[in-house]
Design a protein around this ligand. Structure first.
Ligand SMILES: Cc1cc2nc3c(=O)[nH]c(=O)nc-3n(C[C@H](O)[C@H](O)[C@H](O)COP(=O)(O)OP(=O)(O)OC[C@H]3O[C@@H](n4cnc5c(N)ncnc54)[C@H](O)[C@@H]3O)c2cc1C
Length: 342
């Protein structure tokens, strides 16, 4: 077992935060994962699961075992007239996997192209974009259950997928996702009714073109973390009830909103931030991106304290103007590798 010590995690998190892990290991199999978990237990260390590091905020020092998930492989399980089922290792790169499914003429995930990160993290917050969520195409999730020390499969229903949510968020110290089983369509059922997608597609109504347009739109709107370190949408779009929404729209008739089930309404966090004067504004070396107000960028060598100062200032200004609380999307870790409330 190759446990490294005092490892710099800056290259492993897309916000490029300086963060030194006391212990670090890359695991490529379930056995290696079990060995690592045992090492952590025997050495009284918490375990921080790391995939692509594109949805996390890390402190400057972490006294814990950081386990980088690197289980590879794609295996066809079965098929029927409409679909094929495949089991994918947690360490596969998400975007490469999406491109591969399109090449294989397997459909459903095209709207989710170019989302950074690895396959194993996709169920955690039920990644979503352009009107599609990964959970719609997940049949089950294979995990190592740390509570009962066993490998098991959790059905999609039992994952309780919701907007940016799943059981893996409720119980982050219990499950390590080792594989995800996807059920993909043999015939495209294109979801194009989101934003400018339909117009961008023109007359070429194919899954290949849908994927291509999603990639182009994302590249034109979202900063590449290599140029502008970021974690994508920094805040969730708030979901409020109808009464709160009626009061809000009476005062701000232009507020972009999307009706949800259960008499709730989703409102656009980016618009709230923009209207609060934060689009393109910085506090020291951290600010909200000039082309997309929802993206927080580390413009220089910011640390977690700097990031917190900026996002809390944004939260305050939005709350003062609209009475709406913005909840950050990325996972916040403390110096013992545990998830913290924002
Ligand atoms: C430019 C940019 C654009 C983005 N766009 C989108 C978007 O459109 N839609 C969207 O939903 N998200 C988006 N994101 C957020 C992010 O890409 C997703 O949340 C992604 O799924 C995170 O994957 P990751 O591999 O980087 O996970 P990490 O950041 O490494 O981990 C995220 C969380 O999952 C846990 N975790 C990781 N692996 C496992 C595992 N195997 N088992 C159990 N827990 C695990 C971690 O401990 C952590 O709590 C974007 C991010 C960036 C930087």
């Amino acid at each position: 077992m190759n446990i490294e010590s005092q490892v710099q995690l800056k290259p492993f998190n897309t916000l490029s935060l300086d963060s030194i892990a006391s212990h670090f290991i890359k695991v490529q199999s379930i056995q290696a994962l079990q060995d690592a978990l045992l090492f952590a237990q025997n050495n009284d260390l918490n375990v921080l699961l790391l995939s692509g590091g594109s949805n996390m905020m890390l402190p400057e020092h972490i006294q814990a075992l950081v386990v980088a998930m690197d289980i590879q492989g794609i295996e066809f399980l079965n098929e029927d007239d409409q679909s094929k089922t495949l089991k994918v290792g947690a360490g596969q790169v998400w975007h490469d996997f999406v491109l591969w499914t399109t090449e294989q003429q397997l459909y459903g995930l095209q709207n989710l192209a170019l989302i950074p990160g690895l396959v194993g993290a996709s169920p955690v917050q039920n990644i979503g974009a352009y009107g599609v969520e990964a959970g719609e195409f997940i049949q089950s999730v294979e995990v190592f259950d740390r509570q009962f020390n066993q490998v098991k499969s959790i059905s999609a229903t039992d994952c309780h997928f919701a907007y940016r949510h799943s059981i893996f968020k409720d119980d982050p110290n219990r499950y390590v996702i080792t594989h995800v089983v996807f059920k993909l369509l043999k015939t495209p059922d294109l979801k194009m009714n989101y934003g400018d997608l339909k117009t961008a597609m023109g007359d070429e109504v194919t899954a290949e073109n849908l994927q291509k347009q999603v990639i182009q739109i994302r590249q034109s709107k979202l900063p590449d973390p290599k140029d502008y370190p970021n974690v994508g949408s920094f805040f969730k779009n708030p979901i409020i009830n109808q009464t709160e929404f009626s009061q809000l729209i009476a005062k701000f008739p232009n507020i972009p909103h999307y009706p949800q089930t259960g008499n709730q309404v989703k409102i656009a966090a980016g618009w709230l931030i923009d209207q609060s004067g934060w689009k393109g504004k910085r506090l020291n070396q951290v600010g909200m991106f000039e082309k997309q107000a929802l993206v927080l960028v580390n413009y220089a060598n910011a640390n977690l304290t700097d990031v917190k100062a900026t996002y809390q200032a944004v939260q305050k200004d939005v709350f003062d103007k609209f009475g709406v609380h913005l909840e950050p999307e990325p996972v916040l870790f403390n110096e013992f590798g545990l998830i913290q409330n924002h």
